[in-house]
Write a protein that binds this ligand. Structure first.
Ligand code: UTP
Length: 297
């Protein structure tokens, strides 16, 4: 069995939901507290045993490469000022290799993954999206890799979402399940409200066999005029079993504004230095707004 050692992180999208912030700055560099979202994703990959990461970038994404590069001047400055705790934060400690490839135009997530085909070659690999951060005892990707090792099949991470949100996601139509692992009949990208086959939504963590590349190559544009990864997964499921796995852990949706704000607040409430002051601030804020609301009645 080939071990999963390589991961693709697509980061070439336009990030239109965060415009104008993302006009000149990649969405993947938006911070949750003091870390860019993409760093949380890279850390999950490393904790899951990944040794080589390829980040698919595009126009205006240089900041991602700079972030994972060494910043010698900054490091020297921090050494001079004896700010050693900060030095630790900017130095990369892990031995993981990060590589980059450009998607020349944002033709969709499926196309972004396809751009990594030469780097991956003929072996199973992982894909992680930066829109979802997952906090879990066993890293989310590692849970999927464990499933791959049991089944030797592609495995897609899913979690239940409220029925009114299903139209925003790829949704699975399950056949049956063994614990948290589902056999799947269909993978449907963004179903029309009322047509969703379940509430189990695809969450941005995948393990694929290399056969996915051939299918992506011939994949026609789907929902939104983009080459959709979900459509290729559906085709893959027709020739070899693709499982869905309802992973354990809390998933934070940082790909849209409300989820981003909620995640920031929740992470701050879990931060020892910020927690108490933030709680006080939120209490005052709620009181102030309650008084305002009363005055309006
Ligand atoms: P999204 O659709 O969430 O990202 O794609 P987006 O297109 O950048 O965001 P909005 O919808 O305009 O706000 C999920 C992931 O796939 C990458 C994105 O960078 C994001 O991390 N992606 C998407 C690509 O790499 N290439 C694409 O053509 C599309």
């Amino acid at each position: 069995m080939k071990k999963i050692k390589k991961a693709v992180i697509p980061a070439a999208g336009l990030g239109t939901r965060f415009l104008p912030a993302t006009k000149a700055m990649p969405k993947e560099m938006l911070p949750i507290l003091d870390k860019p979202t993409i760093q949380y994703i890279v850390e999950e990959a490393i904790e899951s045993g990944i040794e080589d990461i390829i980040i698919v970038t595009g126009k205006g994404k240089r900041a991602i490469e700079d972030h994972f590069d060494r910043a010698i001047e900054l490091e020297n400055n921090l050494i001079e000022k004896q700010k050693l705790n900060l030095l630790e934060k900017v130095q990369r400690s892990s031995n993981v290799e990060i590589h980059y490839i450009r998607q020349k135009e944002p033709r969709g997530l499926g196309h972004a993954v396809w751009c990594a085909r030469n780097f991956i070659g003929n072996e199973p690999f992982a894909v992680l999206l930066g829109d979802d951060i997952v906090k879990a005892e066993t890293p989310c990707l590692l849970q999927l890799i464990n499933q791959y090792e049991q089944t030797l099949s592609s495995v897609i991470g899913v979690q239940t979402v409220p029925v009114e949100h299903t139209h925003r996601y790829g949704i699975i139509a399950p056949i049956n399940n063994e614990g948290r692992r589902y056999k799947v009949d269909r993978f449907v990208e963004k179903p029309e409200p009322g047509t969703e086959p379940s509430q189990l939504a695809i969450m941005g963590r995948y393990v694929f066999t290399p056969e996915i590349f051939k299918l992506l190559e011939s994949q026609k544009a789907g929902s939104g005029g983009e080459i959709q990864l979900t459509d290729a997964i559906q085709s893959l499921n027709a020739i070899q079993r693709v499982f869905a796995y309802d992973f354990e852990g809390t998933r934070y949706d940082v790909g849209e504004k409300l989820g981003y704000i909620q995640t920031t607040i929740e992470f701050a409430l879990q931060h020892s230095e910020l927690k108490n002051d933030l709680v006080e601030f939120l209490k005052l804020l709620l009181e102030k707004n309650a008084v305002k609301a009363e005055n309006f009645q």
